[in-house]
Design a protein around this ligand. Structure first.
Ligand SMILES: C[S@@+](CC[C@H](N)C(=O)[O-])C[C@H]1O[C@@H](n2cnc3c(N)ncnc32)[C@H](O)[C@@H]1O
Length: 797
C-alpha cells in the first residue's frame, strides 16, 4: 500500500534535512515535536525548504549544549519562540519579494522571485490563459529544474543525479552554522505539489484592514496625498470627509466586493465553485488538506484586504489594493488573472453586459474624476467671465483636458470639442504622468502585480461631450439617442443635461408645502384620482374636469383650446401688464405699453401633498419622458432637432422644456453679454401670469434658459403655425401661476421619424426678442418669416 500523504511529507522533510547534513533520527524527533506544536500544519514546516525544521534542529542541538542553554530554548518547550521566528522569516520573505523593476525591455521582472509550476508545468486561468504562479522556491534560471518531481540539490549547478552528502554539522559557532544551514537550504530546490485551493469562508473582521493611520494630520501640504475615502471591504467608504474625519472604522464587518461572508460566494460565484472545475488530483489534495487543517484558520481568514484611495489636491489619485497575509504561501495573483476572475464574477452575478471590463470600469472612474473637475473649472470660468461682463457663451466652447488623473497637467485653454487643438500638450502631459506613475507603481506594487503602463489606463482621446446612446446620461426613464447623418458635427455643443428645472441664482420659486392649501390638493384621495367618480380638488383649475384620459392623453377639448390659442392668439384673451418686463427690457427708461400676454390654460396635476399615488392618472408631466425620441441633425440647416422614433397619438405628452430658472434681469444680462456669434438661443419666458400681477418687477419675472442646463426640449425647433407640438403650462408644486412647467403635447398624430416642432410665437421683425431672430427654415406654408420676406421684396420692387 502506498504510504499516506503524511508519511510521504515526513519522509521528504527528513530527507531534506539529511541532505544538508542533519542526522535523520534527530530530524524525525524534532519534526514530530513541530507537528505537534503546529497542529500538523505542514505549510509552516515546509516553508522555505524546511527552514523552520532546520532551525528547530539547531535549537535542539544548542539546547543540549550547556553553553547555549542560557541563551536559547528548545523549540518543543517554546512554541512561541518558533512562531516569532516564523513570523520574522515570513516578513523577510515578503520584503525581499516586493521589489519589481522594469528590465531593459521595459517589461517587469521579479527580483529574487522563484518559480513554482504545477504538474503539467502551467496553471490556467478560467479563460484558459496560462497563468504563472510566482513562488519563492527557485530562481528563473532554475525554473526548469522545478519541473521534475524530485529533490534536487543546487549549488549554482543543478545536480539531477549526484546527491552531495555533506558530513554532519559541527556546532561551534552557532551563528555561522545557522548561516551555513540557511545557505544550504537556500540552494535546496524542492518540488511542491499544486497548491491546494483555499477555503472560502471569510470572517469579515479579517478581511477589512487599512494601512492608512487614523491620525492623519489636518494640515497636510497642498499636494500631499490625503486619503479621501477608505473603502471598507463592503465597498462602503468608511471615511469620506477627508483628512480631518480620520476615524477609520476598522471594526466594520464588511464583505469584500459583495462577498457573502458565510458562504464565501462573491457575486453569486463562490471561490469553491470557481475551483470545483480543477482536476480530481486537486480535489483529493483538498480533502487531505482539510483533514490535516480542519481546526486551522483558512487562508482567507489569515488575509486582510484593503482598498486605499488617496487623493492629492493637485488631482492625483492613487488606488491601492493591499492583500496581506501571514500565510507564507500567499501570493498576489497577476493583474490579468485578477481582472479575469473579477470580470467573470461580475458577469455571473450582476447580469451586466458581456462587454463588461474592469479596465474600462477603472477608465470610467478616471473619466468621472476628470469630468467632475472639468465641470468645476468650467463653472469657475463662467462665473469669472460673467463678472467680467465679457462672456461669450455662444460657441459652447469647452475645456479640453488630459484624461489621465494628473489634473495638474490639465490643459485649460479653450478649444473646440473635437479636441484638435490640444493634442500636443495632452501628449506631453501624459508622458510626464506616465513616467512618474510608472515609477510609483514599481515601488508600491507587490511581487506579482505587474505595473500597467499608464498609456493603457489613460483615456487618450478627448472626452465626447455627450453620450450618443443617451444624451440624457441616464437621467430619464428612457434613453435618448443622438445622431447626425448629414455633417461631421458628431455632437451638439456641450450643455448639462438636467431632467428638472433648477434655479440659477436670484429667481424666487417658493415650493413650500404650507403654501398649498386644502383647495389646491386632494389629501383624501387614494390610488388613481382618475378612477374616482367625482373629480378631485386638483381639477379646480380646469373647471372640475380632468384634462387627461385614462390613457394619459390630453383630452380633445382641452387640446383644441391650447392649439387655438397658439395659432389664433388674437381670438383669445390677453393680459396687459402695467409695467411689462418685456418692454422694460427693450427700453428701461421709456418702456412702451404692454402688447399683451395670452391668458393661457393651465393644467394642475396632483402632487406630494395629495393622497393619491405617483401612478395617479393626473400626474402625467411630472412622470417625465416615456416616448422613444431621438436628437438628430436636421437636413434643412436648423441645426439639431428632436424627432420621434415611434408613432405618436394626438394629445400625447412628449417632454417638458427644462432649463435654468432665471429672473428677467438675469436673462437680460446674459443676452446682452452675447457677442452675436451664438448660432442658437434657448430662452422661454414664463409670462402666462404676468398680466395678473399689478406690477411685476424684472427681478420677479421668470423665464427658463436652456442654453447651459436643459433637457431635450431645447432641441425642439420652431415651425410657424402648424407645428406638431403645443406648449401647455402645468403646475403642481406651486398653486399660483408665477412659476410653472412648460409641457409639450402633440397637436396631431405623428409618424415615426417625424421631426417634432413648436411655434415659438416669435415676431420675426422683433430684433429685441430674447430668442434671437433667425432666418426661418420651417418650410411651413404658413411661415411668417417667408411671408415677411416676400412682402419686403415686393415692397422694394
Ligand atoms: C431652442 S433652439 C433649437 C435647437 C437648435 N436647432 C440646436 O441646434 O441646438 C432654437 C434655435 O434653433 C434654430 N432654429 C429653430 N427653429 C428654426 C427654424 N425654423 N429655422 C431656422 N432655425 C431654427 C435657431 O437658431 C434658434 O435660435
Amino acid at each position: 500500500m502506498a504510504p499516506s500523504a503524511q508519511v510521504q511529507r515526513a519522509q521528504a522533510a527528513v530527507k531534506a534535512m539529511k541532505l544538508i547534513g542533519f542526522d535523520p533520527g534527530l530530524a524525525k524527533v524534532v519534526l514530530k515535536k513541530l507537528l505537534k506544536v503546529y497542529e500538523n500544519n505542514w505549510e509552516y514546516i515546509e516553508a522555505e525548504n524546511y527552514r523552520l525544521l532546520a532551525d528547530s534542529i539547531l535549537d535542539d542541538q544548542e539546547s543540549k549544549d550547556p553553553e547555549a542553554k542560557e541563551n536559547d530554548d528548545a523549540v518543543s518547550d517554546e512554541p512561541e519562540l518558533s512562531r516569532k521566528r516564523l513570523r520574522r522569516q515570513q516578513e523577510e520573505l515578503q520584503l525581499s519579494s516586493l521589489i519589481i523593476k522594469p528590465d531593459d525591455s521595459g517589461e517587469t521582472s521579479v527580483k529574487r522571485a522563484k518559480m513554482e509550476e504545477s504538474v503539467d508545468g502551467s496553471l490556467r486561468n478560467r479563460r484558459g490563459k496560462a497563468v504563472r504562479h510566482v513562488e519563492a522556491q527557485c530562481s528563473y534560471e532554475e525554473e526548469n529544474a522545478c519541473l521534475s518531481p524530485r529533490l534536487l540539490l543546487g549549488n549554482g549547478t543543478t545536480k539531477a543525479t549526484g546527491i552531495l552528502e555533506p558530513g554532519p554539522l559541527l556546532i561551534h559557532d552557532r551563528d555561522r552554522d545557522r548561516r551555513h544551514v540557511h545557505e544550504r537550504l537556500g540552494s535546496l530546490v524542492c518540488y511542491k505539489e499544486p497548491k491546494i485551493e483555499p477555503d472560502t469562508d471569510v470572517p469579515s473582521e479579517n478581511v477589512v484592514g487599512s494601512s492608512i493611520p487614523d491620525n492623519v494630520p489636518c494640515n497636510e501640504p497642498e499636494n500631499s496625498y490625503v486619503p479621501l475615502a477608505i473603502m471598507s471591504s463592503d465597498g462602503v467608504p468608511s471615511r469620506l470627509a477627508g483628512p480631518c474625519s480620520a476615524n477609520q472604522d476598522k471594526e466594520q464587518k464588511g464583505e469584500f466586493m459583495g462577498r457573502n461572508a458565510s458562504t464565501g460566494s462573491v457575486g453569486g460565484c463562490s471561490i469553491q465553485e470557481a475551483h470545483k472545475n480543477h482536476n480530481g488530483v486537486e480535489r483529493l489534495q483538498a480533502s487531505m488538506q482539510k483533514e490535516l487543517m480542519s481546526e486551522l484558520p483558512s487562508v482567507q481568514e489569515r488575509c486582510s484586504a484593503t482598498i486605499d484611495i488617496a487623493s492629492s489636491t493637485m488631482g492625483e489619485v492613487k488606488l491601492t489594493l493591499k492583500c496581506i497575509s501571514d500565510c507564507p504561501e500567499f501570493r498576489m495573483p497577476t493583474l490579468e488573472t485578477l481582472f479575469t476572475v473579477v470580470e467573470d464574477r461580475c458577469l455571473k452575478s450582476c447580469k451586466i453586459q458581456p462587454k463588461f471590463s474592469l479596465m474600462n470600469l477603472m477608465k470610467e472612474i478616471c473619466q468621472c474624476a476628470v469630468d467632475i473637475a472639468a465641470e468645476a473649472v468650467k463653472d469657475a470660468q463662467r462665473d469669472k467671465e460673467t463678472h467680467a461682463g465679457s462672456l461669450n457663451h455662444d460657441g459652447m466652447a469647452t475645456i479640453s483636458f488630459s484624461s489621465s488623473l494628473n489634473m495638474d497637467a490639465m490643459e485649460t485653454s479653450m478649444v473646440n470639442m473635437d479636441g484638435t487643438q490640444s493634442s500636443q500638450k495632452i501628449d506631453e502631459c501624459n508622458k510626464t504622468v506616465n513616467e512618474s506613475s510608472f515609477q510609483e507603481s514599481c515601488i508600491n506594487t507587490s511581487r506579482s502585480l505587474v505595473p500597467i503602463p499608464q498609456q493603457d489606463l489613460a483615456v487618450v482621446a478627448p472626452r465626447p461631450p455627450h453620450d450618443e446612446n443617451d444624451i440624457a446620461k441616464g437621467e430619464e426613464r428612457v434613453r435618448i439617442s443622438l445622431i447626425n447623418e448629414f455633417t461631421n458635427e458628431k455632437y451638439p455643443p456641450y450643455f448639462h443635461y438636467i431632467p428638472q428645472n433648477v434655479v440659477y441664482q436670484n429667481a424666487y420659486v417658493n415650493f413650500s408645502l404650507a403654501r398649498i392649501g386644502d383647495v389646491d390638493c386632494c389629501q383624501d384621495c387614494f390610488g388613481d384620482c382618475l378612477s374616482t367618480p367625482i373629480p378631485c380638488a386638483c381639477t379646480r383649475e380646469t373647471g372640475g374636469e380632468f384634462v387627461y384620459t385614462r390613457d394619459g392623453i390630453l383630452k380633445k377639448e382641452f387640446l383644441n383650446e391650447c392649439i387655438s390659442m397658439n395659432r389664433y392668439p388674437d381670438k383669445h384673451h390677453h393680459f396687459y401688464c402695467k409695467d411689462c418686463p418685456i418692454e422694460k427690457s427693450k427700453n428701461e427708461k421709456n418702456p412702451e405699453s404692454c402688447k399683451g400676454h395670452l391668458v393661457r390654460k393651465f393644467i394642475k396635476e396632483c402632487w406630494s401633498k395629495c393622497g393619491c399615488s405617483k401612478q395617479c392618472g393626473n400626474r402625467v408631466v411630472q412622470r417625465s419622458i416615456t416616448r422613444n425620441l431621438q436628437v438628430f441633425y436636421t437636413a434643412e440647416g436648423k441645426g439639431w432637432g428632436l424627432r420621434t422614433l415611434e408613432e405618436l397619438p394626438r394629445g400625447a405628452f412628449i417632454c417638458e422644456y427644462i432649463g435654468e430658472i432665471l429672473t428677467n434681469t438675469e436673462l437680460y444680462d446674459r443676452t446682452i453679454q452675447k457677442t452675436g456669434s451664438a448660432k442658437h438661443s434657448y430662452p422661454v419666458l414664463l409670462d402666462a401670469d404676468w398680466g395678473s400681477e399689478a406690477s411685476l418687477r424684472d427681478e420677479e419675472a421668470l423665464c427658463l434658459d436652456a442654453t447651459f442646463y436643459g433637457n431635450i426640449g431645447r432641441f425642439v425647433n420652431h415651425r410657424c403655425l402648424d407645428a406638431n407640438l403645443v406648449e401647455v403650462p402645468v403646475e403642481w408644486e406651486t398653486p399660483d401661476h408665477h412659476y410653472y412647467h412648460l409641457a409639450f403635447f402633440t397637436t396631431r398624430k405623428i409618424e415615426a421619424l417625424e421631426e417634432l416642432t413648436w411655434d415659438y410665437g416669435i415676431d420675426f421683425d422683433d430684433c429685441t426678442h430674447p430668442v434671437k431672430a433667425f432666418k426661418c427654415l420651417c418650410a411651413s406654408r404658413y411661415c411668417r418669416d417667408r411671408k415677411r420676406s416676400k412682402a419686403r421684396s415686393r415692397a422694394s420692387t
